[in-house]
Design a protein around this ligand. Structure first.
Ligand code: MD6
Ligand code: FE
Length: 218
């Protein structure tokens, strides 16, 4: 008889965790058990708060389309980046975060060593082939003590993970459907981005990539 010593450990300990830094980890496939709940929730969300292409303060239209759920939503216009309790397109509060979103975010944060994560903002990004996200820091949140949990769904992407200065060398991290990236602590302000998406249609989501980023913004 073979004894699998790992059978007795909690799931968090058993699962692969690929470190990108002292406070940053890729959790391969961590979101897969949640996908059946996530996809209908994203569908319901986009009917109430449709994806839109925002304009940056510099006057560029983003190639990534986005929407939000939760108490606060991230938006941008010519006046700047900010979190807002209402959708500027409808004047209504952003739709609530579904229970599956909250559970996934909390469990992924915990698996990366950040217990007690309760996000109040979920930014949902949609990438069509060719869409990209240039190197940036996530620094519009009030307090950098909480980590960020980022969930990849649909087409694969190459995530760029740099350092604390824009010019620092960035590593390329391939992300696939179901992968989760969590970062916080001393890695919380590292520059990151996404290379232009190649067209490799996904069986469930077709020719798009959806990214959910959970934050504690307020
Ligand atoms: C994306 N993600 O993966 C874009 N930000 O589509 C982000 O900008 C991001 O994945 C902060 C933390 C994790 C992320
Ligand atoms: Fe970001």
């Amino acid at each position: 008889m073979t004894l699998d010593l790992f059978d007795d450990l909690p799931r968090e300990t058993r699962e692969a965790r690929e470190p990108l830094g002292p406070g940053a980890f890729v959790l391969p496939g961590f979101a897969l058990p949640f996908v059946d709940e996530l996809l209908p929730a994203i569908d319901a969300l986009q009917q109430r708060a449709p994806f839109r292409h925002l304009v940056t303060p510099g006057g560029f239209t983003m190639s990534v389309a986005l929407t939000n759920c939760g108490a606060l939503g991230w938006t941008s216009d010519r006046r700047g980046y900010r979190y807002s309790p209402t959708d500027p397109d409808t004047g209504q509060p952003w739709p609530a975060m579904s229970d599956a979103f909250l559970r996934l975010a909390r469990e992924a944060a915990s698996a990366a060593g950040f217990d007690g994560f309760v996000p109040d903002a979920c930014l949902v990004n949609r990438y069509a082939p060719g869409a990209r996200l240039s190197l940036h820091q996530d620094k519009d949140e009030r307090d950098y003590g909480a980590p960020i949990v980022s969930v990849s769904l649909g087409m694969p992407a190459i995530f760029l993970f740099g350092g604390l200065a824009r010019g620092d060398k960035a590593v390329r991290v391939p992300l696939r459907h179901g992968d989760v990236v969590v970062w916080g602590g001393e890695d919380r302000l590292r520059y990151h981005g996404v290379l232009p998406l190649k067209e490799e249609p996904h069986p469930l989501l077709g020719a798009q990539r959806i990214n959910l980023t959970f934050r504690k913004a307020g």
